[in-house]
Design a protein around this ligand. Structure first.
Ligand code: 5RP
Length: 228
């Protein structure tokens, strides 16, 4: 079974957790897109959906889902989103799609969060996937130096690199930049998360700790649920 089939299975299984009338947070990325499609196909009444990116908003709108915002619906019943890595205790790396800030805002406003993924995303230790760090554009090279100092303090020698697209610097939906930190192994995710947040100019990082309540992993045979 391909990774995309596994993502689809996970997205479809998560869509079955949604009930009519719920406020639902919609994640970003290819796995979350399967969830959005499966959710729209269920035609549940009274749903209001808060998207975590412009891309997800566009998909949800095309599929006829009713969109809302965190301003109009500040409390979300259930958020379903993908991840780049799922480690022990459902500690996650997210932000491969550059939507980490809106994702984290929506996750933190949610009563329950389900992370959906293919098996390749499950890891024993976080860090093989480069950790995305969202940075304000003003003075970003200075901020990058301070990020490098923090990384060095965590035995991570490689400085974070600004994410580029064909046309130049990648911009998030909020107009910020993304730096990717090739950590290799993150020995202490909690301390790293705290240290990164203390840097002026860092808006958010892709460590999602103590946020996921459950993981639904698409497997060769179907899906496997892991509760925290
Ligand atoms: C976007 C994310 C995505 O959830 C993450 O990158 C996983 O993407 P995909 O489901 O396409 O593998 O965090 O910012």
């Amino acid at each position: 079974m391909s990774a995309d089939d596994q993502k689809r299975h996970a997205g479809e299984a998560a869509a079955l957790r949604v009930e009519a009338g719920m406020v639902v947070g919609l994640g970003t990325g290819s796995t979350a897109a399967w969830f959005v499609k499966a959710l729209a196909a269920r035609n549940l009444t009274g749903l209001r959906c808060v998207p975590t990116s412009e891309a997800t908003a566009e998909l949800a709108r095309e599929l006829g889902l009713t969109l809302s915002t965190l301003e109009d619906t500040p409390r979300i019943d259930l958020t379903v989103d993908g991840a780049d890595e799922i480690g022990p205790g459902l500690a996650l790396i997210k932000g491969g799609g550059a939507a980490l800030l809106r994702e984290k805002l929506v996750w933190e406003a949610s009563t329950r969060c389900i992370v959906i993924a293919d098996t390749a995303k499950v890891v024993k230790t976080l860090g093989a996937f480069a950790l995305p760090i969202e940075v304000v554009a003003f003075g970003h090279k200075t901020t990058a130096n301070r990020i490098a100092d923090v990384l060095a303090d965590h035995d991570i020698a490689m400085p974070a690199r600004v994410r580029m697209a064909e046309r130049g610097l990648v911009r998030t939906d909020g107009g910020n930049l993304i730096y990717d930190a090739r950590c290799g192994v993150i020995h202490d995710p909690v301390r790293l998360a705290d240290d990164l947040k203390l840097i002026t100019g860092v808006v958010e990082h892709g460590l999602f700790l103590d946020l996921a309540d459950e993981a639904i992993i698409g497997t060769e045979t179907g899906v496997e649920a892991r509760v925290l």
